[in-house]
Design a protein. Structure first.
Length: 202
C-alpha cells in the first residue's frame, strides 16, 4: 500500500497529538491546502506558481494554494477551502475529502512577518480538469509526491529575487522548484507518514 493512500494519511494525521491554534496571540494565522490525488501508480499533489507581485514575500514562488485566515472563516480548514476555490477554482468543500491537518510552520520571510501556516490535507478521487487560476496564480502544476519522498526530484537552486547569493534545496516540478516554506511542509508531511524518514536539510 502506498503511504499516500487516503486512509493511511488520515490515520497518521489523526494519531498526532491534538493541537490548538491560539487566534488571540500576536501574529497572523493562515492555511494551505495539500491536495492529493492518490492512485496505485503515483500520488500527485496540487501546486501553484504565485504570480509576480510587488510587496508579496512569496512572489513568483511555488506554493500550495492558501492564504490568511479571515474573521468569517469558521476554522482553518474553511480558510484553505475558500482560498483554493478563489485561487484555482477548485471547490474542496464539494469534491474533496478532508483528511486532517498537521503541525503549523512559522513563516518569517526576510524577518518581517509573524505568521503561522497550518497545512490542511485533502484527497480527490480524480485529477480535476479545467481549473481556473485567478490573478494571484501564474500557473497550476502537479508534482509526484512519491518521487519527492524518494529524493528523485530533490535539487538545489538559486533564486535571483534574493540579494544574497545562496543555494537552496527543493523539489523539481517541470521548470519550477518547490523550496522554502512549502519544501519544509512537504518534509514535515513525509516525516509524519514515515517517522524514520530522513528529511533533507532546508
Amino acid at each position: 500500500m502506498s503511504i499516500f493512500q487516503a486512509e493511511y494519511v488520515k490515520d497518521c494525521l489523526a494519531a498526532q497529538p491534538s493541537q490548538t491554534i491560539d487566534f488571540n496571540s500576536p501574529g497572523r494565522r493562515a492555511a494551505v491546502a495539500v491536495v492529493l490525488v492518490p492512485n496505485e501508480v503515483e500520488t500527485q499533489a496540487l501546486f501553484i506558481l504565485r504570480a509576480a507581485k510587488k510587496g508579496d514575500p512569496w512572489s513568483g514562488q511555488m506554493a500550495f494554494p492558501g492564504g490568511h485566515h479571515e474573521p468569517e472563516d469558521d476554522n482553518l480548514r474553511v480558510t484553505a477551502e475558500r482560498e483554493t476555490r478563489e485561487e484555482v477554482g477548485l471547490d474542496l468543500a464539494r469534491v474533496g475529502r478532508y483528511l486532517g491537518d498537521f503541525a503549523p510552520v512559522k513563516a518569517n520571510p526576510r524577518g518581517n512577518m509573524d505568521m503561522l501556516v497550518v497545512p490542511q490535507v485533502f484527497a480527490l478521487e480524480t485529477k480535476p480538469e479545467g481549473l481556473q487560476p485567478n490573478y494571484e496564480v501564474a500557473d497550476i502544476l502537479w508534482g509526484d509526491l512519491g518521487k519527492m519522498f524518494d529524493r528523485q526530484l530533490l535539487t538545489q537552486s538559486t533564486f535571483p529575487q534574493f540579494s544574497r547569493s545562496a543555494v537552496f534545496p527543493g523539489y523539481q516540478i517541470g521548470q519550477e522548484v518547490v523550496w522554502g516554506l512549502t519544501f519544509r511542509m512537504l518534509n514535515d508531511f513525509f516525516s509524519l507518514l514515515v517517522p524514520d524518514w530522513q528529511a533533507p536539510p532546508d
